[in-house]
Ligand binder design. Structure first.
Ligand code: EPU
Length: 455
């Protein structure tokens, strides 16, 4: 085996997952307290931003998840020293940044899309960057076309070769006027990370404005960047000559918080999520309340619980911020199987995010996925052909099943479903869940779940 790949596997072990299979005996409400730390979808980007500094950066509230390990390894192969002065802290020193061999990048990237965000910082630091071809359609042109187009507008040359994509910018990146076809989170981050040190001003139209993006802008401002968020999704970036390191505490992980909230509802439980904040969860909280879930916003977190009265069906559409996040729908769908009536969840962000419902159907749920979305509520962004809608009719008792986890959020939903179901479920490929849920096995134990880790 490639020794680098072996190291990448050790990274998985470092996050505490010894087995890939758990056997859950469901039907027991989850009760207790869990803490959420920094958001995966900010922490990994803030780690990449450290590449832009001339001095070291200190990032706080870093969760112990395997996506952080992936980025850490990728930074290290590019010459960044990454140490952990205290648990939950990363000290990132970019003073010896160097090009990495494509095989090293490939070995550590796995299925992660994060290498694409290294492009801007590496083009500034080294004049070149490399994105591995991760095989098959995992990184085809379509999912990164906004990124590549933005980089081309800013003066990068993009060469597609057998092993991946090689980018160069011998004359440096320059400011540009860019309009995204869709307010993509990753492409907005790409433009931010590339524009901060480009020559001149970059105007980004139709930008994503998720709280994690605002937190990345805060990181970049601490480094010396000049970025203004204008009305109507316009972001202006005035390029500067140099940036320094930052000290920053990451915004909390609202996706993890919403996942535990849905777990409380689906299992008729009561979970205090420490570290969760109301403001970034307002849209989620409205839907949670409409479904019949109860919550108390407290000083140090939010308590989510099933009030004991029947749950109600909802119609909800995923959307860009400030809409209902696509990452929130999968755990919520499990709770909706227990609502009295028919709910509709309309996915408008990703084309294939209902695959997880197959396992729920096997467990007894009544869910029909329609290949076309619904024409309904006023949209923040125009309708796209990729949309799907799931119609969930409840309440249906769930029973145990053998389930193979397909992806991060879908996998967490399978865990919740198994915990809510009568009888025993065997969930395999659970390792994928540690990409984004810190110490989820320990947390399940603390919440009183009845399970065994196999192996
Ligand atoms: N898209 C393109 N071309 C591009 C980029 C995006 O067609 O070049 C499309 C995508 O295929 C998708 C839509 O645009 O249909 C939105 O994608 P976006 O770029 O906004 O998503 P992302 O940056 O790849 C991040 C999070 C996701 C989260 C989405 C939406 C990270 C690492 N990932 O993905 O989180 O769902 O934004 O908020 O930040 C997760 O945490 O499980 C996760 C998938």
């Amino acid at each position: 085996m490639n020794p680098l790949l072996k190291d990448a596997q050790k990274a998985g072990e470092r996050v505490g997952l010894k087995s890939d299979k758990i056997v859950i005996r469901g039907g027991k409400p989850l009760r207790g307290e869990v803490s959420v730390r920094g958001a995966k979808n900010l922490v990994t980007k803030a780690m990449v931003a450290s590449l832009l500094g001339e001095t070291e950066s200190l990032l706080r509230d870093v969760p112990d998840i395997s996506d952080v390990e992936v980025v850490r390894n990728l930074l290290e192969v590019h010459g960044v020293s990454v140490t952990s002065p205290e648990p939950g802290e990363l000290l990132l020193d970019p003073r010896n940044v160097k090009s990495a061999h494509f095989a090293e990048i490939d070995a550590f990237a796995g299925s992660s899309r994060i290498p694409i965000l290294f492009c801007g910082p590496l083009l500034h630091q080294l004049g070149e960057a490399f994105i591995p071809d991760l095989g098959g359609c995992r990184i085809g042109d379509r999912p990164i076309n906004f990124h590549l187009d933005a980089l081309r507008f800013m003066g990068a040359t993009v060469d597609k070769g057998y092993e991946g994509i090689h980018l160069t910018a011998p004359h440096g990146l320059r400011g540009a006027n860019i309009e995204l076809p869709y307010p993509s989170v990753g492409a907005t981050e790409q433009v931010l990370l590339s524009g901060v040190r480009a020559r001149g001003v970059t105007e980004l139209k139709n930008a994503a404005i998720e709280p994690e993006i605002m937190d990345l802008i805060a990181v970049l401002q601490k480094m010396g960047a000049i970025i203004s968020v204008e009305p109507n999704r316009v972001i202006l970036i005035e390029g500067v000559d140099s940036l320094r390191g930052y000290t920053h505490r990451a915004i909390f992980d609202r996706n993890e918080a919403a996942s535990w909230a849905s777990a409380a509802l689906a299992t008729r439980g009561d979970i205090m999520v420490k570290g969760a904040k109301q403001q970034e969860l307002m849209t989620f909280l409205n839907v949670f309340r409409k479904v019949g879930g109860a919550f108390d916003v407290e000083e140090d977190g939010i308590r989510f619980y099933h009030p004991g009265t029947p749950l109600k069906p909802v119609v909800v559409e995923t959307d860009v911020h400030p809409g209902f996040m696509t990452d929130w729908q999968q755990p919520l769908v499990v709770a909706l199987t227990q609502a009295e009536g028919t709910s509709v969840v309309h996915e408008t962000v990703y084309e294939n995010r209902f695959g997880f419902t197959e396992a729920l159907i096997e467990m007894g749920a009544d869910i029909v996925v329609h290949k076309q979305g619904i024409e309904s509520i006023t949209r923040r962004v125009p309708r796209r052909p990729l949309e799907q809608a799931a119609v969930i009719t409840g309440p249906t008792p769930l029973h145990g099943a053998d389930v193979h986890v397909p992806d991060l959020r879908g996998g967490f939903s399978h865990l919740i479903a198994a915990l809510a179901a009568d009888g025993e479920s065997t969930i395999s490929n659970v390792g994928i869940i540690s990409r984004g849920y810190e110490h989820f096995i320990d947390k399940l134990q603390m919440l009183g779940a009845d399970f065994d880790v196999e192996g």
